[in-house]
Ligand binder design. Structure first.
Ligand SMILES: CC(C)(COP(=O)(O)OP(=O)(O)OC[C@H]1O[C@@H](n2cnc3c(N)ncnc32)[C@H](O)[C@@H]1OP(=O)(O)O)[C@@H](O)C(=O)NCCC(=O)NCCS
Length: 213
């Protein structure tokens, strides 16, 4: 099997759009869970706008994921993660998600990153990237995002719960919070170093005084 490469999808990958949709829909049927339906045209628009990531092995599509923008770039979601059955359980989903995550942080640095999922694999991958589980109230209130759930088999549950909860778990990564955490850690480190320097200077001053006496 040829090496799998992960790249930003372009018009050159339009030919894979139909197969991507089929694998997404077939996998949802096998899992028996609901999923937002995607059309090949929608997937192609994502490729055209450089908002999709594809994994390719030779001429075969191995995996895919795309970025959605909500609430005027206040939020982004990484959706439609799919790994072709021939390439599963080799860490590919993790690599695709990581690539998409880093790419989207560069492209939309101020946006909170979120996802909703019923999949344990996705929950694990998201947690490793620093996402936290949250209630739906923390996610975008953009009606266009929630309209995507209309094609899911669990949509009745979402509406009966007034869009407050459903079978999916919401997960969120807030880049600003992460920057603040890093700053706090950095401040602590600098303070500790300054304290050490001060203590060393005081100790050597004391020794000097004793020596002079
Ligand atoms: C879910 C899916 C993307 C995983 O792809 P993959 O390349 O096999 O996943 P990875 O090998 O990168 O595994 C990532 C982690 O998830 C775990 N995992 C993978 N498949 C899993 C499964 N079916 N159930 C539970 N955990 C799973 C792995 O053990 C790994 O965990 P670790 O980091 O603790 O070792 C793939 O099975 C798929 O396309 N399924 C159908 C579509 C789907 O379910 N998409 C998610 C929509 S919510």
């Amino acid at each position: 099997m040829e090496k799998v490469k992960i790249i930003i999808a372009t018009e050159n990958h339009f030919r894979y759009a139909k197969e991507i949709c089929e694998v997404i829909s077939d996998s949802a049927k096998v899992r028996g869970t609901g999923i937002a339906k995607r059309t090949p045209e929608y997937i192609q628009t994502k490729m055209q706008n450089r908002n999709a990531v594809i994994a390719i092995s030779g001429n075969q599509f191995a995996g895919f994921c795309y970025i959605e923008i909500w609430g005027h770039e206040k939020y982004v979601a990484h959706s439609g993660l799919i790994v072709h059955p021939n390439f599963r359980n080799q860490g590919l989903a993790k690599k695709i998600k990581e690539f998409t995550f880093n790419y989207s942080l560069k492209k939309y640095p101020m946006a909170k990153v979120f996802g909703i999922t019923t999949g344990l694999a996705v929950m694990k991958i998201n947690s490793d990237l620093g996402y936290k589980p949250v209630t739906f109230s923390e996610l975008t209130d953009d009606p266009k995002f929630w309209a995507g759930c209309k094609t899911c088999t669990n949509y009745d549950i979402l509406t009966s719960k007034k869009h407050k909860m459903c079978l999916c778990t919401g997960m969120l990564y807030d880049p600003l919070k992460e920057v603040k955490k890093k700053e706090k850690w950095y401040d602590k480190k600098v303070l500790k170093r300054l304290k050490n320097i001060k203590q060393t200077m005081l100790a050597s001053n004391k020794q000097l005084l004793l020596w002079k006496k």
